[in-house]
Design a protein around this ligand. Structure first.
Ligand SMILES: NC(=O)C1=CN([C@@H]2O[C@H](COP(=O)(O)OP(=O)(O)OC[C@H]3O[C@@H](n4cnc5c(N)ncnc54)[C@H](OP(=O)(O)O)[C@@H]3O)[C@@H](O)[C@H]2O)C=CC1
Ligand SMILES: O=C(O)C1=N[C@H](C(=O)O)C[C@H](O)C1
Length: 271
């Protein structure tokens, strides 16, 4: 099998540029195309120049059909509506789709599951080993501690982030709910404001901080009477997520159609 030809969509974004670099630097992958939306000021610019690798001879294009036709996979850290459209196009082209986009609605996730009937699709709100390992720890702790421990998920990100709670916070909340054998939908408190009344037993709370250049920090707090356990992950470098996504693409190339998580890619889904 030759090098995996990968398209990076959203190639001029914060993650897109790092993804172009990671594809270029990873043995066994090559940048097939770089996509931005129609009207983007980056169309025609060399993707490597934007990513800081030096020119790669890959001009940014808005022609998705052409880009996907000559590729084995697409890596997508864009926005929910774009990701749903890219999933349909990837399914049409029969290529791997790796989705890092967060802020996806139930309907968006259903559209990804539909595409995954035809192609291997890896979706995760966080592509790092640390966070995916943390989900297993959170599930375990939540299963061990009784309901007398209140669970709160605290996250902080840079000032440019547009969705809340973060995809990672929701993954961690879902892990806590799974550990307690309850539904996150029924227990999540995503916002608090005004006279909220006392905390309802069993709620899983979320708190969102935004500011500066923080890449991504998450803490799951188990607060009991007289003691507190805090499990924290801090990302120091966004390139970590890009490397994880390229790893996911290579892994998915060998898999049948299906919807996969990063824990599958990392081989820790049984933890
Ligand atoms: N799963 C993970 O490990 C991680 C996930 N993320 C997630 O990745 C996403 C992107 O984050 P980030 O890079 O910081 O955001 P940016 O806004 O910097 O980048 C998004 C890029 O996608 C482009 N884009 C949007 N719509 C389309 C479209 N229809 N066609 C082509 N390009 C499009 C944007 O272009 P324009 O500016 O013109 O809209 C922009 O260049 C977010 O959802 C974020 O939460 C981030 C880090 C890690
Ligand atoms: O938007 C970001 O930057 C990040 N988004 C992801 C999320 O929503 O959890 C992952 C990471 O924390 C950075």
């Amino acid at each position: 099998m030759g090098d995996m030809r990968l398209v990076v969509v959203g190639a001029a974004g914060r993650m897109g540029r790092l993804l172009v670099k990671a594809v270029h630097e990873t043995p066994g992958t090559v940048l097939a195309a770089a996509v931005e939306r129609e009207g983007s000021p980056f169309l025609g610019r060399d993707a490597g120049d934007l990513a800081g690798t030096g020119a790669l001879g890959v001009p940014v294009t808005s022609n998705v059909d052409e880009a996907f036709a000559d590729a084995d996979g697409v890596i997508d850290f864009t926005a929910p509506a774009a990701t749903v459209a890219f999933a349909r196009a990837a399914a049409e082209a029969g290529i791997v789709h790796v989705v890092g986009t967060t802020g996806l609605s139930e309907a968006d996730l259903a559209a990804l599951a539909e595409a995954a009937r035809r192609i291997p699709l890896v979706q995760s709100g966080n592509m790092s080993l640390g966070v995916n390992l943390l989900t297993a720890l959170v599930r375990r702790v939540a299963a061990t501690l009784g309901p007398e421990f209140d669970i709160e998920v605290l996250e902080m990100h840079h000032r440019m982030k547009v969705d809340a709670p973060s995809g990672t916070a929701l993954m961690l909340g879902a892990a806590a709910a799974e550990g307690r054998a309850v539904s996150l939908k029924d227990t999540a408190v995503r916002v608090r404001d005004g006279h909220t009344g006392a905390r309802r037993a069993g709620d899983i709370g979320f708190a969102t901080l935004r500011g500066g250049s923080v890449i991504g920090e998450h803490t799951v707090i188990f607060a009991g009477d007289g003691e507190r356990i805090e499990l924290t992950h801090k990302a120091d470098d966004r390139a970590l997520f890009a490397r994880g996504a390229v790893r996911a693409a290579l892994w998915a190339r060998e898999r049948p159609p299906g919807l996969y998580a990063m824990t599958d890619v990392l081989g820790i889904s049984a933890l």
